[in-house]
Every structure is written in C-alpha cells, then in structure tokens.
Design a protein around this ligand. Structure first.
Ligand code: CTP
Ligand code: CA
Length: 224
C-alpha cells in the first residue's frame, strides 16, 4: 500500500485537462483556428495518468494520441463544445487544468454553403466565445484550478489579473519572448504564479518537464 502510494501519488484523484486549439467554423470548409499543437496539455495528461490520476482530456483538433489506461480522451472541435464537455465533467473533478488555446471569438454567422469569392472585400463579424476557465472558476468548490496565460507585454501583471478574475489557484505564464519557447516548439519558458502571487520563474524546459513540474505543484497541494 505504501509502495503504491509512492509510485502513484495521484491515485484516486480525478483531473480534467483541456488541450489544443479550437476551430470556429466560417463555412463548411473554413474555420478560424490557431497554432496550438496540443502538446502541453497532452504532456500534462500523461504525467498525471502516470502518477495514478484518472484523467479526462478534452481536446480540440490535434494529431496527438492519448493512449493510456488512465486517460479518457474527449475530442471536440469548437469552444462551445469544449465548454459543454468541461461542465459535464467538472463537478466531481479534483483538479482542472486549462491548457487549451481557446478561440476568444467565433464567426457570428456560419454560412451553410461555401462562401464564394466576389470582387469585394469580405468582412466576417466575430462574436465572443464563453471563457471556459472563468466559468469553471465561478463554479469551483473544492477544485484546484490551474490556468495558462500567454502574454507579450506586462506579463506578470496581466497574469496576476487572470488569477484574480478567473478564481485560479495557479497560473502558468508562457513567454514567447525567449527563443525556443511557445507554439509548435518542444520547449517552454514558463513562470508559475500562485494565488498568493508568489512568482516562480522556471528555466527553459521541455514541455514534458514543465508537465512534471505542474504535477509536483498538484502533489504539494495535496501533501502527497
Ligand atoms: N481560456 C478558456 N476559455 C476561453 C479563453 C481562455 O478556458 N474562451 C483559458 C485558457 O485555456 C487559459 C486561460 O484561459 O488557461 C488564459 O487564456 P488567455 O488567452 O491567455 O487569456 P484570455 O483570458 O483569453 O485573455 P487575452 O487572450 O485577452 O489575453
Ligand atoms: Ca485568449
């Protein structure tokens, strides 16, 4: 029993993770998306499952696989579907981690047919998507809630504002400033900021290493 506890410190914990981009349809053949590969979220999912957690991984479109006994993969396409899936699974989750690059906006009208080109410019009106993480922060009871932030200016200040606004326990601030960090890259330069605003910058690390550090934060929270 002690052996198992040491090997699988997150056994009995349920962890919900969002990953990847969202695709917001313009018409049947086009969408608004982003460059998220999903790798950060999938790496966290594997690290959590390897630590014994029961993971629900809610993923936007990616080519990644999540074959692991401890991972239940739910594939979605757009932000509204990701929102619905998250709320379906949030109530009895212990930890929720929002690693997805959710599109902030979606086309207000989705054309039923492929939009034909004309001689004029084309304008697409966008409306706001729901903020999934914000909505989880509102609903949170016992859950340990972790968000990500991507900032290009006033990084720390903006990240702190996100902690407050979204009722987070921890935020993982991603820097695009450093060479080798960010979208499509194997490495990330991240800074952890907790809800007491303790700031902990990490070295440039692989996403797998960052994932392990996030698991360590969760273990520390539960004293395991
Ligand atoms: N997020 C979310 N749902 C959205 C937008 C963002 O769940 N509709 C989550 C992301 O998964 C991330 C965190 O919120 O964990 C911060 O995302 P980010 O894009 O950095 O911040 P925003 O609040 O969207 O603000 P902005 O893009 O204007 O900086
Ligand atoms: Ca955003």
């Amino acid at each position: 029993e002690n052996d198992l506890a040491a090997k699988l410190p997150l056994r009995g914990k349920k962890i919900l993770i969002t990953a990847g981009p969202t695709y917001e349809a313009i018409d049947p053949v086009r969408f608004i998306g982003n460059h998220s590969s999903g790798k950060m979220g999938y790496d966290i999912a594997f690290a959590a499952a390897n630590a014994g957690a029961a993971v629900v991984l809610i993923s936007g479109p990616t080519h990644l696989q999540a074959e692991h006994n401890g991972i239940q993969l739910i594939r979605v396409t757009n932000a509204q579907q990701m929102y619905d899936a998250c709320h379906e699974h949030f109530e009895n989750t212990d930890v929720a981690i929002a690693a997805a690059a959710v599109s902030d906006y979606r086309p207000k009208v989705v054309a039923n047919q492929k939009i034909k080109k004309s001689d004029n410019d084309l304008e697409i009106v966008l409306e706001k998507n729901k903020d999934i993480l914000f909505s989880l922060g509102e609903k949170k009871t016992k859950q340990f809630l972790i968000g990500f932030a991507l900032e290009t200016e006033n990084e720390i200040e903006h990240a702190k504002q996100k902690i407050k606004k979204k009722n987070l326990d921890l935020i993982v601030l991603n820097s695009l400033n450093d060479a080798g960090a960010g979208f499509g890259k194997p490495t990330n330069k991240v800074t952890f900021i907790d809800k007491e605003f303790t700031i902990e910058p990490l070295e440039l690390k692989t996403k797998e290493e960052v994932a392990k550090d996030i698991i360590t934060k969760i273990k520390t929270h539960y004293n395991v």
